[in-house]
Structures are given as structure tokens and as C-alpha cells.
Design a protein around this ligand. Sequence first.
Ligand code: MN
Length: 438
Amino acid sequence: MADATTDPQLRSWVEVGAEHPFPIQNLPFGVFSRFSEGGATTPRPGVAIGDLVLDLNLLETMGFFDGPQLRGAKVFSQSTLNAFMAMGRPAWREARKTISELLAANEPRLRDDASLRERALVPMSDARMHLPCEIPDYTDFYSSREHATNVGTMFRGADNALMPNWLHLPVGYHGRSSSIVPSGTEIRRPCGQTKADDAEAPSYGPSRLLDYELEMGFLVGPGTELGEPIPIQRAEEHIFGLVLCNDWSARDIQKWEYVPLGPFNAKNFATTISPWVITLEALEPFRTQGPPQQDPRPLPYLQHDAPAAYDLTLTADLVPESGEGVRCTTTNFKYMYWSMVQQLAHHTVTGCNVRPGDMMASGTISGAKKEERGCLLELTWRGQEPIELPNGEQRKFIQDGDEIRMTGHAQGPGYRIGFGPCDGKILPATPLDDASAR
Ligand code: MN
């Protein structure tokens, strides 16, 4: 599937350093408006190249997208990417090829037209990033064996760490799409109901055990009809691209509420994603084998031969309000036990339909080593082993004013496919007043 747009030798006339997240091999899609236009302008689709955003709406208006798929389609004249995502891979590849050619070092059409360049390329610092699409539904999986084993060990002991279903199906729950926000959105500490082990009754108040979960999310392209399962061999046709995902989690609320139906309020207050969608086209050179042969072998509807994992280095930093931050997690997306195509095949095996823009997140991505654990619950082993900050403070969980910053990238020869920021700062809770709380 690799093509000329992923050639490591390819260079753009836009200056991009070797470690920059957005070289010409990446070309991630997003939706932006301009601060300098007062934010009053309609959000529109763009592609990141170096420190600039290429305005796809303008290029479409000027007739640059004149291939058989996109001519007249007007998918970039909209304030979300849903219509483009719904078109499927032939249209995505056509758009990518057009953009790649326009930005290539030897291509003069845009490079040598100062007036057009001025209008079509927006400094990243002037781009306010929005969610890339309307997200109709959000599902969160639990597909890292190391994460599930660590959490299971903490809550049920090492002998019962993995539930009997875990090695047979990708466990997940239906999440909440209304509270998905783009990187940079401040997050209010949630209040809710918790019960300490030694307390007789539950109580109401701000969560005291607030955590991050380092995950990848994939966005669905073409949707399906109700009653129409997606066979695993065709699942990739329905995956537009990937974003970083912080599944904020209130562990104390989760512990009290989760039996028997799983997470609810512990997860529904916020999920942060990186606003640039990295396409499977850009990630194709980084496709790799997942974990060794799954044992027990999954049922036939979950079996696939082609490598379906991606080699993506992922990090999470905790940065206190004053002082230097600390790297908490360094892990890799390739550790996932269940692949994205298995998740999508399983999700739809019942005939559950999917819609363009649906997000499916991986679940916390942990590896075998301690520094590869993807959340504070595991890193501090429920708070027993606090993390040291450079300023001398300690953290068991996230405090007010702390910011969690996530990054991800694939390393190619001389270039990087980066994801850009996935950041969120925690604000103090605003509890209900006593009268309304009762
Ligand atoms: Mn999660």
C-alpha cells in the first residue's frame, strides 16, 4: 500500500526539520479557524505541513482537487471532515496525492505564487484547532494485556488478573462522545459519589484520584447499515486515521460505580484528543507485527494474517503549575494485544452500525516495563509508589493545576510522523452548593 507520498526522500519547499512532527510524508488532516480573524470565521479543513496549515477550503474553491473522486464533491467547504471521511480510501488517497504534489520541493504552482501562498498557508500559531469531525459515538476498548493484567492484579489479585473472556474478545464499553475535546481544552476536576473502603456510606465531593490514560483513538471513515457486520478483512477500509487520546479517569468514582456494568461517571466528564488526524496512508511504512500469535487462537471472525499493529512511540508528561514536568510514561502502540481491525470486526459482529467520525479508543497502552505503564494507577501502584517531580513534590494522582501532555510519533529514516499535542490542564472542581447537593 506504500506509495510515492511516503517516500523517505520526499522533501517539501516548506522548511521542515528532521524531528518535526509534520513533514511532507505525514500530511495530517484537521479543522481550524484563525485567531487573527477573531475566531469569527467558519472552521475549515486543513493539512499540517511544518509550522503551517494548508487551507483545503481555499484550494478546493480554486479547483485544485480535480481528480475523479473529489471533483465537485465540496467536502472541504464544510466545517468538519465527516463528509470527506465518509468517501473512503480512494478519495483519501486522491486528496493526499494532490496535496503531496503541491507541496513537493520541485512543484512551483504554490511555491512560486506569493499571493496564493499568503492566503493558502496559515501560521500554526494563528490556527485555532477544533475537533476534526463530529463524533457521533465513542467506544473505549481495554486491549493492552499488560494494562489489564496490572489493573486486574491490583483489584482481584494476580491469580484472577485477566477475566475469562479477556483473551477471547476485545473488551470495551460504550463511552461518551459529547465530552470529547481537542488538545488545550481545560478540564474541570469532576465531582461525584465515592466510598472509601472503611466508610459505611458513600459521600459526594471532588474526585481525589484523578488519572490520565494514554491511548490511541481511530476514527471511522465510511459507515455501515444496521445489521451489516464489517468482516475483519475489510475493516481497514473503514479506518480513516488515528489521534492521541487521553481518557481522563476518576479512579475513586470508578471503583465504587463500576460493578456490574462498567465505567460510567468515572469516564464521562472529558476525553482529550489531538486535533490532527494521522492517516493510515502516512502510517503504512510503520505497520508491524503485533504480539506473538494470540493464544488461545481467537474465533475465525477475529483472525487476520496481515500485520495490523503500528510502531508508534507514545509519551505522557505531568507538568505542575509551577516548575518543571516529569516524563511518566514512554510506551508503544505496537504492544496492543487486540488490533484495531479486530476491535472494529468485534464491535460490528452483531450488526451494530458505525457512522463516519465514530471514535474507537484502544484502552490504556502499557508495556512490560515500569516506565511503559500508561496511567498513574499502574505507575504508582494505586498510590503506593508516588512519582517524584523535579521541584521535590510527589504525585500519586493528578492535582489541580497539573497539565498532562501526550505525544506520539513514528520514526522513519530522516523524518518523523508526529501527532502534535494532546494536552489538558486540570482546573479545581466546582462542587454543587450544599443545598442542591442534598
Ligand atoms: Mn480508557
